[in-house]
Design a binder for this molecule. Structure first.
Ligand code: ADP
Ligand code: MG
Length: 631
């Protein structure tokens, strides 16, 4: 081995560049973060060939003083922290003082800057870390940095770069991340001379609409929760708008985009109950906490952080998100949408408070008839009027007012289509209706092919997937019953016997208590036979044998204690599937209405247990568009 010697600055920077500047997008990130730290309101990005030929960032921030220009390109030179104390509570995006030095060591870089108050700008050039003299230049207040030919002289690195298209995609995502976290700044992105993205100053909802799509912004749940020094806010995508990839997942800690296991786990858990397992939620969420509670200096690109109290953060996140997502109930107007116009609006105080199902955030979206150019349509117009004037009657007089209280639904639908009328006065149990007495999901009109319920709602037509909706309702009821340790059992008049194998028999013998907790009364009749004497009341119309068998199977495979804790929801979901109304079963109008009212009162009823939507709305406006009325 040869003797130890100090590495040259140039080499040290190049080694750092290996970590900090993995690809054009990471160089771009360093430059954008500097612009934001400098207080820029407008940030322009120009790229050529995915950033491999040119990355140019133009900002209108405070600028750099002439004397500091060369220092900015030096390693370990920063204006953002001074001592160890500052490092403990970093409030800027950068602080390591190595971004510019690293980039400059593996490219040809030009830095032009005019400090706020200076007579003119100065420019300095660096060729792979070798600095030239600074010279006067013309520029408005702010900073412009050009990075040419990244990794041109480092072929080993250059080899790892992907196609220009891929590198550009990474750069674009980087701009998106920073733009989502800074909705009050304007960003533009130009690639190969063509404008690719331009976002104007606004609020988070507008920014999300521009960058993640209107549909996301319109259907997402607005989150706003705090506990002590912790605050979680932003938009949590509706489970029905889930994606098959993770690319619409944005999470920021104190304004910094991060990937963190604790956070990812909390998000997964919160969505698990409402999302199909191979789907991914879309979200744009911000966690804010005291900078001293989070260490941002654990990774060169600062993509990872370390929380001082990670358990507390996990608990807070899970509670807040579960609460927010519980409000994805049927019939609710999503966050950030003007119920009058359907337009995206600024974030208001959160509309969604879980646990208040009776006064849900639902507001009626009045339908507006478009102007009609063709005279022949007078007739249908009059028909609409007739249809809707009917609904303007007193609530009690509406022709199809449901006459069953929600709590009775299990007893009516599941008892085989012979519902028992309730005494007058039970209408008090109905969920909140709008002022015309039309409940959010409207009144059932018909059943379509034994699968869908068609309802007339205030703003148009609603189509409900009857099986999916009922499954969710039953599932939520089972969860509540088990939570309260009150799962009533329905005794069987005559015990059902079924032949069982040794494992099934042993499972029943070993788990009588757990089975009783779930509402089952099972006993071993003989070494090869099990008797069912009772099943959960909520599932009393299910096929008792099939139901018992599937529960025994689950318990046998995973163990009762696991099944009642960690895998509880899975088990209840299986049970709900057995207990819910099958497709092709015809329902009476009152039964359908009872289901609709149940949905309105049930948390998470906007999706079935597998994350698919349970209902769909075609507003009068949508229908008008379909028939090209008013065009
Ligand atoms: P860091 O951001 O960690 O401080 P950098 O190497 O990225 O390190 O930047 C070094 C210094 O150069 C910064 O601390 C800042 O003072 C200055 N600087 C860099 N970019 C800009 C900019 N766009 N506007 C104003 N000052 C800048
Ligand atoms: Mg920096």
């Amino acid at each position: 081995m040869s003797r130890i010697q100090l590495l040259s600055d140039q080499l040290v920077n190049q080694i750092a560049a290996g970590e900090v500047v993995e690809r054009p997008a990471s160089a771009l990130k360093e430059l954008l973060e500097n612009s934001l730290d400098a207080g820029a309101d407008n940030v322009g990005v120009e790229l050529v060939a995915g950033g491999t030929k040119l990355i140019k960032v133009i900002d209108d921030g405070i600028g750099i003083e002439h004397e500091d220009l060369a220092l900015a390109l030096h390693r370990h030179a920063t204006s953002k922290i001074r001592d160890f104390d500052d490092l403990q509570k970093v409030a800027t995006l950068g602080f390591r003082g190595e971004g510019l030095a690293s980039i400059a060591s593996v490219s040809r870089l030009t830095l032009t800057s005019r400090f706020n108050g200076a007579a003119h700008a100065w420019r300095i050039e660096s060729d792979h870390g070798r600095l030239h003299e600074a010279e006067p230049a013309a520029l408005a207040v702010g900073t412009t940095i050009e990075v040419h030919d990244l990794y041109y002289q480092t072929p080993a690195r250059r080899k790892f770069l992907k196609s220009d298209g891929t590198e550009f995609a990474h750069c674009e995502d980087m701009v998106k991340r920073l733009a989502l976290a800074n909705p009050d700044k304007q960003f533009t992105l130009v690639h190969n001379g063509r404008a690719n993205l331009r976002v104007m100053r606004g609020d988070v909802i507008k920014r999300c609409a521009a960058l993640l799509g209107d549909e996301f912004a319109q259907t997402a749940v607005q989150v706003e929760e705090s506990a002590g020094p912790l605050r979680l806010w932003g938009l949590a995508g509706s489970p029905t708008l889930s994606k098959s990839s993770r690319d619409a997942q944005y999470f920021f800690v104190n304004g910094r985009f991060v990937r963190d296991k604790v956070i990812a786990h909390a998000l997964r858990e919160a969505y698990r109950d409402v999302l199909h397992h191979d789907r991914h939620a879309a979200y744009c969420l911000f966690l804010e906490l005291d900078p001293e509670g989070v260490d941002v200096n654990v990774h060169p690109t600062k993509i990872e952080v370390r929380f001082r109290e990670s358990q507390a953060i996990y608990g807070f996140m899970l509670r807040s998100l579960t609460k927010a997502l519980a409000s994805t109930k049927a019939g609710q107007v999503p966050a950030g949408v003007d119920p009058e116009t359907g337009e995206i609006i600024a974030p208001a105080a959160p509309t969604y408070a879980a646990g208040t199902p009776q006064t849900s955030g639902y507001q009626q979206q009045p339908w507006r008839q478009q102007h009609m150019a063709i005279p022949v349509v007078q007739e249908p117009l009059a028909m609409y009027d007739r249809m809707f004037s009917d609904l303007k009657r007193e609530p009690g007089q509406a022709a199809v007012t449901p006459s069953y209280a929600p709590a009775e639904f299990g007893a009516t639908v599941l008892s085989g289509g012979n519902p028992r009328p309730l005494p007058v006065g039970t209408r008090a149990f109905m969920p909140a209706t709008d002022e015309d007495g039309i409940p959010p999901l409207g009144f059932a009109m018909a059943q379509l092919h034994g699968v869908y319920i068609l309802t007339q709602a205030a703003e148009g037509l609603i189509v409900v997937d009857m099986h999916a909706a009922h499954e969710r309702v039953v599932y939520e009821k089972l969860k509540n019953a088990l939570d309260l340790d009150n799962m009533p059992s329905q005794p069987m008049l005559i015990p059902h016997l079924f032949s069982a194998d040794r494992f099934e028999v042993a499972t029943v013998e070993d788990n009588r208590e757990a089975l009783a907790q779930l509402g089952f009364d099972l006993s071993v009749q003989s070494p090869t036979q099990i008797a069912i004497r009772g099943i959960p009341m909520l599932l009393k119309d299910a096929d008792a044998v099939e139901l018992a068998r599937s529960v025994i199977k689950d318990i046998r495979e995973v163990g009762a204690s696991q099944m009642l804790t960690g895998r509880r929801n899975e088990l209840l979901s299986t049970m709900a599937c057995h207990g819910s109304v099958r497709a092709n079963r015809s329902l009476t109008i009152p039964e359908m209405n009872a289901l609709l009212r149940e949905m309105e009162a049930t948390e998470r009823s906007g999706q079935c247990n597998h994350g698919r939507p349970t209902w769909f709305r075609l507003s009068m406006n949508d229908l008008d568009k379909l028939f090209m009325r008013g065009q």
